[in-house]
Design a protein around this ligand. Structure first.
Ligand SMILES: Cc1cc2nc3c(=O)[nH]c(=O)nc-3n(C[C@H](O)[C@H](O)[C@H](O)COP(=O)(O)OP(=O)(O)OC[C@H]3O[C@@H](n4cnc5c(N)ncnc54)[C@H](O)[C@@H]3O)c2cc1C
Length: 431
């Protein structure tokens, strides 16, 4: 995945090695943090391990067309800061179709069947929302109603969008995600994000493996050299912090370490289908295909072209050893069994993503275990008044999304700016 060159490559400014704020990671959170630091009149440097920006939001050419390998949807248009900013900038944002499709045992569902499925999702949503109001935090599996024949397809969809099997997902955390009012960025979400990085001081190919915050400021170290700063914002995926891929000196305080352990690496992988003769004619539709004992989601004809996504959840990825050729063969056979051999005759699979094994992601997003929803806020607390952790995982209302990561990077940079502009006499005694 990392070998592909993105469709949009921003021109970057020189990244100085002695700055007010050092930012680790040039995904959505890191880009937002850098823009905010500069707007606040602070100097900053972004250190990015990969040879590209964007993190889990990147658009690459596939068969000559732009394709998002990670995030594609701008969720929650009324909350998502990247929808408001995109409108302001004149970015090519288009509303996502509100209705999807449903195929049950090979046949396009009639209105009554589609209605029954819709009602089952509503019933499940209401049960989860009710659980969110309880003082105990059960798992989604604990509160999912029976739902008859719809239980399996509903559970499969919820497991896919939460990133883990439902017994591992906090019911308190789940409803905070608002998926209504979705948008697409024509030409790719990653390309839009790359335009937002234009002119920023980002050093590519610069992994950070040690952060020393024992002195007055912060020193960030890695094979690319050392950067000194008055404060640092760490936007790397939480799964990497859980693996101790960055050593902190001194170690992070116990509440932060405990909060890092609250999360599980979520899975969401795209099997990309190049399928000009697919039976699905409409562009950008979500189609649920329900079989007798399993169901999967498709996104059809992305931007009107031949590419489709077949979406892989945690359990399926694990069962197939996260092996690209096994996942491709599984996808083809599963579709053939539901839609007929003829339907998949012209189907090619140019790419299968593997974000969970990608060494700079290790997860599609961070999933809060039952009982651990409040840890998102704990993670966002300033550490020693000079270290902040920010990214999709620290967002309460838009966790697991690019918009949430953006908002959190921006908020951390604002907090750092406030702290750096405060005179030392006004600071609390830390020791
Ligand atoms: C397949 C898939 C589909 C998704 N679909 C959607 C969607 O439709 N809509 C949506 O909003 N979200 C979606 N998401 C989630 C979304 O992509 C993420 O929530 C978001 O991109 C996270 O942004 P971030 O800045 O927090 O982290 P990242 O994008 O991961 O950025 C962190 C950066 O840190 C870098 N880094 C890591 N370690 C180091 C180090 N030691 N030193 C320096 N740099 C380092 C990484 O290379 C990366 O560039 C999807 C994710 C996946 C994988």
């Amino acid at each position: 995945m990392n070998a592909l060159r993105p469709v949009q490559v921003p021109r970057l400014a020189l990244a100085p090695s002695d700055v007010d704020v050092a930012i680790v990671g040039a995904g959505a959170a890191g880009i937002a943090a850098a823009r905010r630091c500069l707007a606040e009149g602070l100097t900053c440097t972004v250190l990015e391990a990969r040879n590209r920006i964007g993190g889990r939001c990147v658009t690459v050419p596939v068969g000559g067309r732009p394709l998002d390998l990670g995030a594609h949807w701008l969720h929650a248009g009324d909350l998502n800061p990247l929808v408001a900013l995109g409108r302001e900038r004149g970015e090519p944002l288009v509303p996502a179709p509100r209705s999807g499709g449903l195929v049950v045992e090979g046949v396009l569902a009639d209105e009554a069947t589609a209605r029954a499925q819709f009602d089952a999702f509503e019933t499940a949503g209401a049960a989860i929302a009710e659980a969110a109001g309880l003082s105990e935090d059960p798992s989604i599996a604990d509160v999912l109603p029976e739902l008859g024949r719809w239980r399996q397809p509903v559970a499969a969809t919820l497991a896919l969008i939460s990133g883990r099997p439902l017994d591992e997902v906090s019911a308190h955390d789940f409803p905070s995600e608002e998926f209504g009012d979705n948008w697409f960025a024509k030409g790719g979400y990653g390309a839009y994000l790359a335009r937002l990085a234009e002119g920023l001081p980002i050093a590519l190919g610069h992994p950070v493996d040690r952060i020393d915050w024992s002195g007055e400021g912060v020193s960030l170290e890695g094979p690319g050299g050392q950067v000194r700063a008055r404060a640092a914002i760490v936007t790397v995926p939480i799964a990497l912090l859980a693996e101790d891929r960055i050593r902190f000196a001194p170690a992070l305080p116990e509440p932060a370490r405990d909060a890092i352990a609250a999360f599980l690496p979520g899975t969401y992988e795209h099997v990309v289908l190049d399928w000009a003769n697919s039976p699905f004619r409409e562009a950008d539709r979500l189609v649920k295909i329900v079989g007798p004992d399993s169901s999967y989601g498709l996104m059809t004809r992305i931007e009107g072209g031949p590419l489709h996504y077949f979406e892989i959840d945690h359990a399926t990825a694990e069962a197939l050893g996260r092996d690209a050729s096994s996942l491709a063969a599984f996808t083809r056979d599963w579709l053939a069994a539901r839609l007929g051999r003829d339907a998949v005759r012209g189907l090619a699979i140019p790419c299968v993503t593997d974000w969970v094994r990608d060494s700079w992601s290790r997860a599609a997003w961070a999933v809060a275990r039952p009982g651990r929803a409040p840890d998102r806020r704990t993670l966002a607390e300033p550490i020693g008044e000079r270290l902040w952790i920010a990214g999709e995982a620290t967002s309460v209302r838009l966790w697991g999304t690019v918009g949430g990561a953006w908002e959190e990077g921006d908020a951390a940079a604002l907090a750092a700016a406030r702290r750096l502009k405060t005179s030392p006499a006004d600071l609390p005694d830390l020791m």
